[in-house]
Design a binder for this molecule. Structure first.
Ligand code: AMP
Length: 130
């Protein structure tokens, strides 16, 4: 008896896994980055397309998509990111001030679906932002 190949084989569980974000790949050391700060919960690295003399991306290691996905149990973690940013700013002597931004969703221009804070410094920033 001839066995014909299955026309529509079921997808393997691996093919159903959503792709890792670029930031998760940086956390997992699959993609290189210029890391300036790291601890158990978070890391900060240089933005690949800097918009200011200092432009860092600060992320939790936990995968959270955006501000819209922050749960009550993440409150301490999000607070931790801010104390990390304060330490980084002190380390880099950003005494002239700095701006912290997070983009949430399409209209805000969020490109990477892993919550992150842009830490920008080294020039004057205008308000309102574009
Ligand atoms: P957002 O538009 O808020 O999602 O910002 C995503 C940011 O990630 C942009 O400023 C990008 O330049 C930055 N980015 C994307 N890929 C990398 C990468 N491999 N290393 C560092 N920064 C990156």
């Amino acid at each position: 008896m001839r066995v014909s190949p299955r026309r529509n084989p079921l997808p393997s569980p691996l093919s159903l896994m959503p792709d890792k974000t670029i930031f998760k790949k940086i956390i997992d050391r699959e993609v290189p980055a210029k890391i300036v700060y790291e601890d158990d919960l978070c890391m900060a690295f240089e933005d690949i397309h800097p918009r200011a003399p200092t432009h860092l991306i600060v992320i939790p290691k936990k995968e959270i998509v955006s501000v819209d996905d922050v749960e009550p149990e993440d409150e301490a973690l999000i607070g931790h990111l801010f104390t990390a940013m304060r330490k980084i700013a002190a380390q880099l002597s950003l005494s002239g001030g700095y701006r912290v931004i997070t983009n949430c969703g399409r209209d805000a221009g969020q490109e990477v679906m892993h919550i992150h804070f842009h830490l920008l410094a080294g020039r004057k920033f205008t308000w309102p932002p574009g």
